[in-house]
Design a protein around this ligand. Structure first.
Ligand code: GDP
Length: 609
């Protein structure tokens, strides 16, 4: 009896786990959420599912009803009081549900489109889940799209699969195997949920359809099972407040408000709270704790209900003075009677400062701007993995001063005069300034799109540099003059290419040694403007090919045959340190081994080390 009492008491003390839905765009995250929220009319009111701020609460009763179809033997026992599912699916919410580097999201559903397999954002989500050590299950959604699928609304998956014909079952099996393989390539072992013997070692795959509702009872049951199995210990109710800001929104009649997920403790009207803002910590008093009014209460004055206090886990809107500039993803702390307000302020600011300090020590890198702490952190992590250095970090909309700061890179390293902006608006003036000054602003709602934009930008920069360096790139050649047709302006000579290749555009020089002083002198002749053989223009003459007539022109004062030059002078392409570096950087593939050897031979002639 004592044991039972203890168990009962600890059950009392369990709080509801918080669940997030993640996955690639269009996999059906929103639709799945809608479907599980939907109350089945035949079942009557599904035990008080309540709409909160930013989340939906499923009390134990509702979960029992929704999982009844896959719990006919009654063996599945519910140990958690309920489940809080975050309403805005995706990265954003997940990464903002954070506190001191750990996630307040206890459990996640990763949605994968069974027809598409793993997509870029699926991989991003998997990385986030792995980094934050969040247990998750996979909803293999859209099973109704398997060709020939016969549906039974809201059925358990196993029963539905058994009803399908052989062809459908086979297609399902194939896609399942492909998915398992793709997961193992990412370092996750995955198993179909009813074949999974260890939820600690294998990720459970649960096939679902957000359209027919099939598999959804299994999914809910699994989520609860996974929480109960993996984390009952960490779901103890604590009196200490643990909360994070999910959204910052202006609401008519309330001014700026913050939507908060309270994962532990109690919040009360009048509490003194500290959150992180763009200009530093914000300390204020809760004016109102708001939750949505129930739909049935028509003609209510406000769409919100005021609460004296709210208890975790709970989504709530807080109205308080001075919340302008609050940052989503920030922790919310309550100032207790023994707390030093300044300590708490420093603590919330530290979250932001930690991210701001993650810039490259060289001071060279791109500028990064994100809407929330969570997304900024995710973006910085991503760029780190891609080895893209970051020099400046900002939160919130992009203003001119941000662009100007990024512009300092134009001098240091123009490749990095780039702003990567995740889910933020760009001010008009800022945009105009960027365009005028050649600073690129890339915006995206998906992190890897920023990577794609940046990669493309770097390729364009390389192409541009290659184009600009065309005049600088000098391929090596050695020429023997066989005739002088025109002594100067322009010089026209007949030559044999004795080594390397002669190309139009190549700068030519003779190297003479002063007979009395012994000093070597390089005489520049100008650039080859045409190469002709048998009165036909050719772009290149290779070593050993028949003689060609070459026209060499010069902008300035060209030397003259018979004075500074003689027919017996050997001619060379005029190479330099810069021309060699240019070949190495942009034309490595175009330079043959013989040409590299010739360059090495020519270097001493032009005093290049
Ligand atoms: P999200 O971007 O992941 O939130 O995806 P949505 O929930 O907006 O769904 C994207 C599209 O896929 C919509 O057109 C949905 O109707 C469709 N969809 C979602 N789930 C299913 C499903 O289970 N079966 C089918 N056939 N279509 C689905």
């Amino acid at each position: 009896a004592h044991q039972a009492a203890l168990a009962a008491r600890s059950k009392e003390n369990l709080r509801s786990p918080i669940c997030c839905i993640l996955g690639h765009v269009d996999t059906g995250k929103t639709k799945l959420l809608d479907k599980i929220r939907q109350t089945n009319v035949q079942e009557g009111e599904a035990g008080g599912i309540t709409q909160q701020i930013g989340a939906t609460y499923f009390p134990g009763e509702a979960i029992k009803q929704k999982t009844a179809v896959v719990n006919q033997d009654g063996k599945f026992e519910l140990k958690v009081p309920g489940l809080l599912i975050i309403d805005t699916p995706g990265h954003e919410s997940f990464s903002n549900l954070r506190s001191r580097g750990s996630s307040l999201c206890n459990i996640a559903i990763l949605v994968v489109d069974i027809m598409h397999g793993l997509e870029p954002q699926t991989l991003e989500s998997m990385k986030l889940l792995r980094d934050r050590k969040t247990p998750f299950i996979v909803a293999l959604n859209k099973i109704d799209r398997l060709y020939g699928w016969k549906k039974v609304d809201n059925n358990g998956f196993q029963e539905s699969l058994a009803l399908q014909n052989r062809g459908v079952q086979n297609e399902f099996k194939n896609r399942l195997e492909q998915t398992k393989l793709a997961f193992s390539e990412q370092g996750f072992n995955a198993e179909l949920f009813y074949e999974n013997k260890s939820m600690a070692r294998y990720v459970s795959l649960v096939p679902t359809s957000a359209h027919t509702g099939e598999g959804i009872p299994d999914m809910l049951k699994l989520i609860v099972q996974l929480t109960q199995e993996r984390m009952v210990g960490s779901l103890m109710y604590l009196s200490e407040v643990q909360a994070t800001v999910l959204e910052v929104k202006a609401i008519e009649g309330f001014g700026m408000t913050i939507d908060v997920i309270l994962s532990n403790g109690i919040l009360r009207e009048g509490d003194r709270i500290v959150v992180c803002g763009v200009e530093g910590a914000i300390t204020t008093n809760i004016r109102a704790l708001l939750t949505p009014a129930i739909m049935k209460e028509l003609r209510v004055k406000s769409q919100y209900v005021h609460n004296k206090e709210v208890k975790a886990a709970m989504g709530v809107k807080i109205s308080a003075p001075g919340l302008e500039g609050a940052i989503a993803g920030s922790r919310l702390l309550v100032v207790g009677p023994d707390d030093d307000e300044e300590d708490l302020e420093e603590e919330v600011e530290a979250d932001l400062n930690k991210l701001f300090s993650r810039v490259s020590t060289s001071g060279r890198g791109v500028s990064v701007q994100a809407s929330t702490l969570g997304s900024l952190e995710a973006l910085l992590d991503f760029l780190k993995d891609c080895k893209i250095p970051v020099a400046n970090v900002g939160i919130g909309p992009v203003f001119k001063r941000d662009v100007m700061q990024c512009g300092t890179m134009l001098e240091k390293n123009p490749d990095y005069a780039v702003m990567l902006c995740f889910d933020v608006k760009v001010d008009k003036e800022a945009q105009a300034y960027a365009e005028e000054n050649g600073i690129k602003i890339f915006t995206a709602d998906i992190i890897y799109h920023l990577f794609d934009s940046f990669t493309k930008h770097m390729e364009e920069q390389l192409e541009k540099k290659k184009e600009e360096s065309k005049l600088l790139a000098v391929f090596p050649c050695v020429l023997n003059t066989v005739a002088v047709f025109n002594k100067t302006n322009p010089i026209v000579v007949g030559v044999d290419v004795v080594d390397g290749n002669l190309r139009v555009g190549t700068p030519i020089a003779a190297v003479k040694q002063n007979p009395t002083t012994g000093v070597r002198e390089v005489i520049s002749l100008g650039r080859v403007s045409s190469i002709e053989r048998d009165h036909k223009q050719i772009p290149i003459c290779k070593k050993g090919q028949p003689s060609v007539a070459v026209k060499i022109e010069m902008g300035g004062h060209q030397p003259t045959y018979g004075r500074q030059l003689e027919e017996t002078d050997m001619l060379y392409s005029l190479i330099s340190r810069a021309s060699i570096d240019c070949l190495k950087e942009f034309y490595r593939k175009d330079v043959s081994n013989d040409e590299w050897s010739l360059i090495i031979k020519l270097k001493p002639l032009f005093d290049i080390n």
